[in-house]
Design a binder for this molecule. Structure first.
Ligand code: CIZ
Length: 330
């Protein structure tokens, strides 16, 4: 019996929601947010109940823009640490709170400032493009950032032919294939949640749903991307569904949290997580560390405030601002 089948028989904890308790917490969070004039932002990979309590849900680029545009001075950032840090870097005068300090990111941790320094010494003529899933220190040592929503446009915007792409090797390879004229050296990091998925999983999903459109995130491995009809960021996936009005079923190769947004926006369509079940392998434990209890506590006790060294912040800010001047990929 496959893992997916086993979990379908015994639904994971995420499926067992205490609606009454959630309703009480939701009211408490909205009351506290109003009193504190706080903006609640949630990433597309957050728990469904966290997405539902937020003022705005999106990808890291959308959340960064929202954090800048909204006049509220306190931001409760329901995402992982590097995202809250980016919001702080772009809004140094605002108070940015992360409900769970344990919400890290393995991909971001796969590159340190020291390892990037060493790479830069090995490739002194290369421009450094760093995925937003990285620490403030790593961003500060880079030339420009990108997200999965604008990686292709960022590389296209650079006149330089020699590029160091850090830290995600799958995204790096996918982008590099689109620029054969450039020499793109790719760092060997990955997102374990996406990297665990295999082409065989997608092929098996396709056998069960031959009519389905396969939409994959570029953090997935090459064998997965080869089978995809669309490769895009989480926000790009919403647009991808719109591009296929005739399709009824979609196989989604990314963290399962996004399926909540897709189901809300397209209630008539069926979305199948590419590993066959909700909360199995395409599950980021860090993204799921913020819950309604920790958001209420964050607003009540003013925790956990994100601080970034001002010198690092001002250098990292430049790389984020250069990125934000580039439009999203289609
Ligand atoms: O940039 C982001 O928000 C991430 C990590 C994924 C995506 O595609 O939205």
């Amino acid at each position: 019996m496959s893992l997916a089948t086993a979990v379908r028989i015994a639904p994971p904890a995420y499926a067992q929601v205490d609606e009454e308790r959630h309703a009480v917490l939701r009211r408490q969070i909205h009351r506290l947010a109003r009193r504190r004039k706080a903006l609640i932002l949630a990433h597309n990979y957050q728990l469904p109940e966290v997405q539902d309590v937020a003022h705005f849900v999106g990808d890291s680029l959308g959340l960064a823009l929202e954090a800048q545009q909204d006049p509220r001075q306190t931001i409760v950032f329901c995402g992982v640490h590097f995202m809250a840090e980016s919001a702080k870097i772009l809004n140094q005068e605002k108070r940015v709170l992360l409900p769970s300090l344990a919400a890290g990111c393995s991909l971001s941790d796969s590159i340190t400032a020291e390892s990037l320094e060493e790479w830069k010494c090995r490739y002194p003529d290369h421009v450094v493009v760093t995925y937003i899933n990285s620490s403030a220190e790593v961003k500060a040592l880079s030339d420009i950032c990108c997200t999965s929503a604008n990686a292709v446009s960022v590389i296209r915007s650079l006149p330089d032919k020699k590029i160091l792409f850090t830290p995600d090797r799958n995204l790096g390879r996918w982008v590099a294939r689109q620029f054969p004229e450039k020499e793109i050296v790719i760092y060997d990091g990955c997102c374990p949640t996406h990297d665990v998925l295999r082409g065989a999983d997608v092929a098996s999903g396709r056998r069960g749903h031959p009519e389905a459109v396969v939409v994959a995130h570029p953090e997935c491995r090459e064998d997965v991307l080869e089978l995809a009809d669309e490769v895009c960021s989480t926000t790009g996936m919403v647009a991808a569904v719109e591009r296929h009005p005739e399709a009824k079923t979609f196989i989604i190769a990314t963290e399962w949290g996004l399926v909540h947004q897709l189901k809300k926006r397209f209630p008539d369509k069926e979305f199948i997580v590419a590993d066959g079940c909700i909360g199995c392998r395409l599950h980021c434990p860090y993204m799921k560390m913020n819950d309604l209890d920790s958001i209420a506590r964050s607003l009540q006790e003013d925790v956990f405030e994100i601080q970034v060294d001002p010198d690092i912040a001002s250098r990292a800010r430049l790389t984020l601002e250069r990125m934000m001047a580039v439009p999203r990929d289609r």
